[in-house]
Design a protein around this ligand. Sequence first.
Ligand code: SAM
Ligand code: SF4
Ligand code: SF4
Length: 340
Amino acid sequence: MGAQFDRRGRPFRDLRISVTDRCNMRCDYCMPADVFDANHEFLPRSDLLTFEEIEEVVISLIPHGLKKVRITGGEPLLRRNLEVLIRMLSKHSLDLALTTNGLLFTSRAEALANAGLNRVTFSLDSLDPVTFERITGKSGHSIQRIIEGIEKAVTLGLSPVRINSVIRRGVNEADIERLIERFQHLPVALRFIEFMDVGNHNRWDLASVVPSEEIRKHVEERWVLQPTPSLHSGQVAQHWSLDSDTGFEVGFISSVTEPFCGDCNRARLSANGHIYTCLFATSGHDLRPVLRNPKGLETVTEQFHTIWSEREDRYSELRAQPRSPTAIYLPRVEMSYIGG
Ligand code: SAM
Ligand code: SF4
Ligand code: SF4
């Protein structure tokens, strides 16, 4: 079986796997502390896919064209023995990446690299301790721990090491320059992400979005940017190299102002085994009945064939239209559940 195409002719290539819906941060744009509080019901542990089940899903999707797997969450490093899963998945010749907030990374870095992890993306929105704490609910002292994690990932060759930063108006615009100044001497890609209306609780409004174009112009007032060629279709970020010889790059993920649905080749697997074909989906497809029924006739490979061939999602393009259909405003799954 070759690559499989959806109704809009998009191939399947990329799977994001959420291994937990829990997190040790409470970023206000993702898991606001007043919503994700002591009363919030996280998934019971018994609902989580086992590592064996996750591997089975991955194996089942390879015939459909799967090339890249990203482990995410919630905070994936909260999942016990994550290294074991990485080792299991590393046998399948896929590009294997991890997205983390970096709090727990340094002490696990060598074990993850030895297990076969190829790359890491860190999320870091501010280098200012007060702003960092206001966004994440964590002490500003954590910034240093995250930076150590980034440096460790570079040393271990988990490259390209990426740093994702969500810039919001009136919150952390000053970090655009601060982050470049701090990281331009490292061979990392710093990517500015437009604030998205994922989930139902992050109090998104268009006025808080700082368009990539605006950030790029701001950066160009101080630094010279050279466009770098994109590696493949489906790449979400446009990257630019800075006038430096360290390999440092700046990237922009413009999901709001320049939707890239036309190239979107990504599916998401939630921690409890639901496949979502869009970050803004209102419902998913539960794989567990098939996964957990060895006597059943249908396989995950067959189930996924139907899911992908019926896929039509293009939420970000619809959002950008002047009068979007009201259906797109139905309650959506949360980013921490579906996997960012
Ligand atoms: N906890 C890990 C982390 O923060 O890297 C992995 C999961 S997190 C959901 C993945 C990415 O989604 C992070 O880089 C985060 O900044 C991004 N994200 C979460 N909510 C977002 C939003 N509303 N708009 C844009 N990016 C968002
Ligand atoms: Fe946690 Fe990542 Fe969401 Fe922040 S962005 S709350 S670190 S899952
Ligand atoms: Fe892909 Fe959905 Fe995002 Fe469009 S809105 S790029 S289809 S995840």
